[in-house]
Ligand binder design. Structure first.
Ligand code: ZN
Length: 61
């Protein structure tokens, strides 16, 4: 079973989706700023999540 990432459009495996993003409100906000249609319940690949997680980290310093 594969999904399509909402952000980059890549095909992704089920295990790479984003169940763990839910508590990260700032991360969600940041993704929505670039991708207003993005929904946390839908599929996003690990690569995109890590990209935004890094932006959050950089912004906090
Ligand atoms: Zn992606």
């Amino acid at each position: 079973m594969t999904y399509k990432c909402q952000i980059c459009g890549r095909e992704i495996d089920e295990f790479a989706s984003i169940a763990h993003i839910k508590a990260e409100e700032y991360l969600i906000e940041l993704i929505r700023r670039d991708h207003p249609e993005w929904k946390k319940e839908h599929d996003t690949c690990h690569k995109c999540v890590e990209y935004y997680r890094k932006l959050v980290k950089d912004a906090e310093i």
